[in-house]
Design a protein around this ligand. Structure first.
Ligand code: FAD
Length: 496
């Protein structure tokens, strides 16, 4: 049997993180990497989510790479198709296709300490890698609640991230389950087509007006002709977002004006007091993701809509039954219920030096990393959008860019110092997490009176960075070798 192929660097996933990582490696003169992508196209989130109304919910100026600005966004908040087109352009402009192995699914792997490499299992067979960069996305595996009787439903069922475009919604009796960020985007389109739409709401989200509009030819032309303007505007918009962040993690009183705005939006859009009561959030703004829409509330006021706040008891062949015994007749169920968190092969299926996953024997959602990127016991493994790198107030791309720079510096350091392996120390990982948990204590996510996917079952923040994006950039500005066990290449050779 021939030995498996060995690659110096393997990136897993070709969404924003994987593609951005590849571009920055190439710009540093590092070309000996491959990207494994389980799908047959790039794009990740923006390939998978094609539901009507899908768009980013932070301004596009921030939702694009600072090193690849796009002056051509058609709206302040661009639709998914434009974001996907942007990613395809990156692949072309930076000649990335030759590095990507499509339809390649990372199924598992283990660290081989004596050989100093990751032995990976893919659907195409084994593959060895000195360094693995996991970029498999935070929101990729749909979460569908277990509803008794769902299997017996005879109609059509799908999740927002697997939209069934072959199923014509016109004239249907549609159940929408969930009121999160995706749901509020597709609900107005579903309501317009449905004979009747029943929205099953567990929690009423905060919904603020969306300052969205077409960018206009003049603005686009200006941005094309004066590129520094892009960076200037980006800085300005980011500063506004960071100011909102202060309310989330420094002093919740700063959220009061936005809560007033949310209440006013609800009052203006929903005249019926009974419906308004159902849609009034009962927790502090920001505790769950704050949503922006000019069409969501209005859609719920239409005659063909019912908003149901009773818990779902079971599903019948052609109906959803709530705890109060009411049967809601439906022929289509659309889940807008978000994603499994955390998930991905690096978390569930890569075994470190001790033969365990990063979760070890801890509860499934109690995950920790050093700066959200590296794990003690897992040499040469880096994770983009790892634990506590999510944000409640700004573009995730800011965090992704910080992580990309950190990982690139780690690889450059390994090469400059002739290191075979780098592994974060347990003490550094502990310190990193003490910092996160200390700063999480007074945040709206812990104190705001809601249950959210930001926290694990024990109420611990395992998802969000509880400070500004600038502070994260500062902490990841260089690869902090002091916090790592460094193993020279020769040590690997001697042991092998
Ligand atoms: C509907 C929606 C809207 C969003 N809007 C915003 C927004 O406005 N602002 C914001 O900051 N964030 C937003 N997000 C979060 C968004 O996920 C991130 O901003 C960003 O797209 C993450 O990029 P990524 O490359 O890390 O992950 P992804 O885009 O999820 O890409 C991961 C890639 O890894 C591949 N992959 C997964 N498992 C494997 C495997 N085992 N083997 C090989 N390949 C694998 C996947 O196929 C995928 O292509 C949104 C998310 C969703 C779902």
């Amino acid at each position: 049997m021939t030995d498996p192929e060995t690659l110096p660097v393997v990136i897993v996933g070709a969404g924003f993180s994987g593609l951005g990582m590849a571009i920055r490696l190439k710009q540093a003169g590092i070309h000996d990497f491959a990207i494994l992508e389980r799908a047959s196209r790039v794009g990740g989130t923006w390939r998978e989510n094609t539901y009507p109304g899908c768009a980013c919910d932070v301004p596009s100026l921030l939702y694009s790479f600072s090193f690849a600005p796009n002056p051509n966004w058609s709206r302040i908040y661009s639709p998914a198709s434009e974001i996907q087109a942007y990613l395809l352009r990156l692949v072309r402009n930076y000649d990335l296709e030759r590095h990507i192995r499509f339809d390649s699914d990372l199924r598992g792997g283990r660290w081989n300490d004596s050989r100093g490499c990751w032995e990976l299992a893919t659907n195409h067979g084994p593959l060895n890698a000195t360094v693995v960069i996991s970029a498999t996305g935070p929101l990729i595996e749909p979460s569908i609640p277990t509803l008794p009787g769902l299997d017996s439903f005879t109609g059509t069922v799908f999740h927002s991230s697997r939209w069934n475009h072959d199923h014509n919604l016109k004239g249907r009796q549609i159940a929408v389950i969930g009121t999160g960020a995706s749901a509020i985007q597709f609900i107005p389109a579903v309501q317009r087509r449905a004979k009747h739409m029943t929205l099953f709401q567990r929690t009423a989200p905060w919904v603020l007006p969306k300052l969205d509009r077409s960018t206009g030819l003049l603005q686009r032309e200006f941005l094309r002709r004066v590129p520094p303007l892009n960076h200037l505007l980006r800085g300005g918009v980011s500063a506004v977002a960071e100011t909102y962040g202060l309310g989330l993690y420094v002093d919740q009183r700063l959220l009061l004006p936005m809560e007033a705005l949310g209440r006013r939006h609800l009052r203006r859009e929903v005249p019926d007091p009974e419906l308004r009561h159902k849609l009034q959030p009962n927790f502090r703004l920001g505790c769950k993701r704050t949503l922006f829409s000019n069409t969501y509330y209005r859609a719920l006021t239409r005659a063909n809509v019912s908003v149901v706040t009773e818990t779902i008891r079971e599903v019948h062949a052609n109906a959803i039954v709530t705890q109060d015994g009411t049967e809601h007749e439906v022929d289509t169920i659309v889940f807008g219920t978000g994603f499994k968190i955390p998930s991905g092969p690096a978390i569930e299926r890569l075994l470190g030096r001790d033969g365990q996953t990063v979760l070890g024997n801890r509860a499934s959602a109690d995950i920790e990393a050093h700066l959200g990127t590296t794990f003690a016991g897992f040499p040469n493994l880096f994770m983009i959008v790892g634990p506590n790198t999510g944000l409640g107030h700004n573009s995730l791309l800011h965090m992704i860019e910080s992580q990309i720079a950190y990982v690139r510096d780690a690889i450059k350091t390994m090469r400059a110092l002739d290191l075979g392996a780098v592994e974060v120390s347990r003490e550094a990982q502990r310190r990193s997490n003490r910092y996160i948990q200390r700063h999480s204590q007074n945040t709206v996510w812990l104190r705001g009176g809601c249950e959210s996917w930001y926290l694990n079952a024990d109420g611990k923040n395992t998802s969000l960075w509880p400070r500004s994006t600038f502070s994260y950039r500062w902490r990841t500005r260089r690869f902090d070798t002091d916090n790592y066990h460094l193993r020279p290449v020769s040590a690997r050779v001697q042991r092998g």
